[in-house]
Design a protein. Structure first.
Length: 502
């Protein structure tokens, strides 16, 4: 669906300031919403919010529907009486610029377990009723997720396909025995999901009341080592014996990598999904719409055709394109849930068939300005080639910051950008490219916070195809100055993207 002319900021919650080494859903999140409101921004875009596994990537979560417990605010738990000040006595001094995920987990997990034990003892009748209602309403994914995580703990965090055969194949007697033996651990994982969604729901309500709407992110694929693949193996292409991916997801060689990107996720058995009228996918969209306002579909082109690489390959070069039933899928979701507020990440190898699928449902596509200046005037990322039903970015979470990109751009790209702009202003190249995005005809413009702050490559969030060292960047609260807010507000207003009542 087309969206009104507007703009917003891309920032993952892990990047908020916090005394606990990682951004969370506490006070600084509310201050960020205030910054958006005061800057006339109407959207806050986040990366996937699921519980991350190896590499800490939001795109490789243990569940497609659960929330990341590391985002829970311990200070809000304290306000509820579930933690006390003495629980914070030994909190170390964390790096304020980067997330050390292992250190964060070592501190926060004991706090969450303490809060869970206190909830068992101190919860009021109303809180117990709310918890029971949450568990019942989310049972279609929560039951499998809580048991899956309890079993992972019991198996020293090893991947589920290495567990005992009866658990790998989910034999009913083995599952029932595990539920009984791990009842306390299952309760813990249910509790932290209850608390995550309680805190997130309150933050989202505050954002919406402030005129800010949240763009969430659905990765097309889920991690092999996830509750989804363990609980629903029949809808994925898995090896019957090992239960590892028989066909792995990825993309062929592209702008980001000469050998392509081999993600390792199992691709879907679309034939089986069609037989079920896409029940799992409908549930996934429904779960997302419970806690965000707009859905960004990552790797949208995979719903028309997807790159599949056979087990055993070490790069994505030797794969093949296979057709996907995108129209049937989106028709089924629309029939169940109505018109979807969707943005399509249509980057990569885009064919007329992909564009036709996107346009059939009026999904806005993406335009990235960092891709605009490396070729000729036919480049679809140049602003004069945009359509209105699009969302323009200065860069994405996979790009360098605008300052970092410009500093490392080749002479040809720099020349083209300078000719397009006329000059680099005294405000810096980042503000020139932000102005270019805001002034374009695209209905929506989304700017990474790092570009608003004018950061160089030290602010980069992710290096595609690199397993470690990503997703760590954080800002410090004093960076969000009134001067920055006013500058962004004035440009937003100048280019007709301010809220109408403003």
């Amino acid at each position: 669906m087309p969206f009104p002319r507007s703009s917003g900021i891309l920032l993952h919650p892990t990047s908020f300031p916090s005394r606990f080494g990682i951004g969370d859903l506490g006070l600084e999140a509310y201050k960020f919403i205030d910054f958006l409101r005061d800057s006339y921004q109407q959207y806050w875009q986040v990366l996937p919010l699921g519980p991350t596994g190896y590499g800490n990537s939001p795109y490789a979560a243990y569940s497609a529907m659960a929330g990341n417990p590391m985002l829970i605010s311990p200070e809000q738990l304290q306000e509820q009486g579930l933690l006390a000040e003495e629980d914070f006595v030994n909190i170390p001094v964390f790096d304020q610029c980067q997330v050390d995920y292992e250190q964060v987990k070592a501190v926060k997990i004991p706090l969450l377990k303490t809060a869970c034990q206190n909830f068992k003892v101190k919860a009021t009748p109303l809180q117990k009723k709310e918890f029971a209602g949450f568990c019942e309403s989310k049972a279609y994914w929560l039951d499998d997720y809580a048991l899956f995580m309890a079993l992972k703990d019991a198996h020293n965090d090893t991947s589920w396909h290495t567990w005992e055969k009866e658990l790998v194949k989910r034999e009913p007697a083995a599952i029932e025995q595990a539920k009984q033996q791990l009842a306390s651990e299952i309760f813990y994982y249910q509790f932290i999901q209850f608390e995550f969604f309680r805190q997130w729901s309150e933050l989202k309500s505050y954002a919406n009341m402030s005129g800010v709407y949240i763009i969430g992110d659905i990765p097309i694929y889920v991690a092999q080592d996830s509750a989804d693949v363990w609980a629903h193996p029949h809808i994925f292409c898995l090896d019957e014996e090992t239960r590892e991916p028989a066909l792995m997801a990825g993309v062929p060689p592209d702008y980001f990598s000469e050998t392509g990107q081999l993600w390792g996720n199992p691709v879907y058995d679309w034939e089986e999904l069609q037989k079920q009228d896409f029940k799992w996918w409908v549930g996934r969209f429904e779960a997302m719409l419970d806690y965000i306002d707009v859905i960004r579909i990552d790797h949208f082109r995979g719903f028309e055709a997807y790159w599949a690489v056979e087990q055993g390959e070490v790069t994505a070069m030797n794969g093949e394109w296979m057709k996907a039933p995108g129209e049937e899928l989106f028709d089924a979701i629309k029939d169940k849930l109505g018109t979807l507020p969707v943005l399509a990440e249509d980057l990569g190898v885009i064919t007329p068939e992909v564009e036709a699928l996107r346009d059939k449902y009026d999904f806005p596509g993406m335009k990235v300005l960092q891709f605009a200046f490396g070729s000729d005037p036919g480049n679809p990322f140049l602003p004069f080639n945009y359509t209105r039903n699009a969302v323009v970015y200065t860069g994405t979470h996979d790009n360098d910051t605008t300052v970092g990109w410009f500093n490392q751009a080749n002479d040809w790209e720099k020349r083209n950008l300078l000719m397009y702009l006329g000059c680099i202003s005294s405000e810096g190249v980042h503000w020139d490219v932000i102005r270019l995005a805001l002034s374009s005809i695209a209905n929506q413009a989304i700017i990474p916070l790092q570009d608003v702050l004018g950061l160089g490559s030290e602010g980069r969030m992710n290096f595609p195809s690199t397993a470690e060292g990503n997703w760590g960047w954080r800002y410090q609260q004093p960076m969000l100055t009134k001067e920055l807010s006013d500058r962004l507000k004035n440009l937003t207003q100048l280019y007709g993207r301010a809220p109408q009542e403003k």
